[in-house]
Structures are given as structure tokens and as C-alpha cells.
Design a protein around this ligand. Sequence first.
Ligand code: FAD
Length: 306
Amino acid sequence: MKFPIDKLPNIEFKINEPLSKYTFTKTGGNADTLAFPKTRQELVDIVNTARENDVKITVIGNASNLIIKDGGIRGVVIILPNFNQIKVDGNKVFAEAGATIIDTTIAAQKAGLSGLEFAAGIPGSVGGAVFMNAGAYGGEVRDVFESTEVLMPDGKIVTFNHDEMAWDYRHSVIQENGAIVISAIFALKPGDKAAIQAKMDDLNERRRSKQPLEYPSCGSVFKRPEGHYTGPLIIEAGLQGKIVGGAQVSKKHAGFIVNIDHATATDYMNLIHLIQKTIKEKFDIDLKTEVRIIGEDKAGEVSANS
Ligand code: FAD
């Protein structure tokens, strides 16, 4: 079903919009309808209108952990760049879902609040980071999370507290309940501004030296299998540098797949599948994707399913 944009004339929509303009991998097909709500009411109106008209809803954040298949996404895709407020109140940081996690860490540092340093270089939005329980260098969102306001599929706004989030490695309950994160509150501790900055600088430097930030990518493609590290497994399997179409297993960090030459999402999917198959055959280990794969195959093309 097409989203009836004429029912919401004041909301900004783009029709048949290429999502490769938004994804960190620079791949992906078109969204039938891409919605840019500016207020909570607009967001609620979009969700209610979609539900009443049987239109599928997809939410994307900064698209830094996404592969959107080359056939794109039917229904309505919601993106929240206009939900970008960040406010500090005492030891708490309130951030709207479309604010970047990086800007949130900067606001915390400026206020002399410690706890979010681990996320200094994670290129996602607050909504995506809560959804994913994003983490790095020994920290995770759940460690500093207090609560989140979400819009449920029935159009109601509710609050989820820390203990209601079913946290796990790169997992939160938002992956199951169809909620849209509107905002989150992080509970931090007073700290020394210079020390917080120094830690953030150090972690950013570690990223620059180890990760292929000079190429489009979606970060670590696979979840860490228990008892192993993904990068070394891929290297041992002889797959570092492997190219499928325009996608390559990064020569700098084998856990990343980089877009070196006009890759398609199908190239990404086929390379992911090749890695999974090889690692299974060689080590009997099932590699699960951390990256979220959404959308439809292009007509006439079928990507390997991960
Ligand atoms: P998206 O990629 O847009 O979406 C991811 C999922 O979240 C999708 O299923 C989407 O539907 C859902 N989602 C997004 N916003 C909302 C919302 N408001 N409400 C409900 N659901 C929503 N990740 C780490 O954990 N640690 C790292 O160190 C790390 N390093 C990275 C380095 C690079 C160079 C890159 C490219 C990525 C890295 N990532 C890392 C991956 C990524 O940045 C995180 O997973 C991030 O949390 C994803 O946020 P996003 O806004 O980009 O989400």
C-alpha cells in the first residue's frame, strides 16, 4: 500500500527517494515514501495514518548500521533529523532520537559529565544506539541508560525504564516491539572535563588507526561469536581483501566491509554470505550479522540471505 501523503499536507515527504543518499555504505534502493516529521504530533499522525491504511512503517536513524537491499523499501520510511535536541539537566543528558550519539557525547563532556566517553566515535543516532545497545571499548548504552520515550505501533507514547529494555549484546526490546524511539535520558556522573576529553580523543584516535574510516562502510558487519574475534577469524580464513562487485573485506580491519567501487547492497549481501559460509566450513562457527539488513531485492536479482 502507498502512504496517502495527501492526508497529511503539512508534513515533509519525499517520494521514490534513493536511500543510498542516507546510508553510510552509500548503497540501497529507493523508499516509496520518506517522511521527515518535525514534531511529535507529526510523528504520531504518520504512524496512525500508516496503521489505518495498512501501510508498512520502517524507521531509520543515521543509517550507519544498515544494509538496505537494492529493491528499496515499500510503505513509509521515517527519518528523524528534526528530532535533534540535546539538553543537560544536573547529571542527566536528555537527547532526542535524531541527535547524533557523537553530539551527545560532546554535550556531556562540555557539562563535565562522564560515562558516555565509550561512544565518542560511534556514528549513529540516539534512536539507533538505543535500538542496538551500541557499545565500544568496554562500554554499552545500557550502562548509562535511564529511560526512553517511545511511540508504540498503536500511536501511544510511553516510557521504558532501564529494567524494561531486555538489554543484551547489541540488543534491546525495541528490536521486538515495533516502537519508535523519540528520546532517551542518560544518567552520568560528574567528572573532570579535561580527563573526559582526553579519553574521547584517545578512543577516536584508536578508531582512526584501526578502522577504514576513509571508505563508506557499516562498521562491524558481524556480532562477535562467543570465544572468538571476528576479524582474526576472517583473516585466518584467507578472506581479508576479498572483493565481490564493488564491496571488499577491508584490508585495514577484516570485520568491516568497505564500498571501494560503486558497490550495491547485493554485493554486500553476497560477500557477507560468502564469509559466513567459509567460516562455517572452516571453523564450524555461525557468524551472525550485527548490521541490520532490510528492504527488498531488486526485481530479477536475488541476494544471498544472511
Ligand atoms: P540505523 O543504522 O539507521 O538503524 C539501525 C537499526 O535501528 C535499524 O533497525 C533501525 O530501524 C533502528 N532504529 C534507528 N533509529 C530508530 C528509532 N528512532 N526508533 C526505533 N528504531 C530505530 N556500533 C557500535 O555499537 N559500536 C561501534 O563502535 C561502532 N562503530 C562504528 C563505526 C563505523 C565507521 C560505522 C559506519 C558504524 C559503527 N557502528 C558501531 C554501527 C552503528 O553506528 C551503531 O549500531 C549505531 O547505534 C546505529 O545507529 P543509527 O542511527 O545509524 O541506526
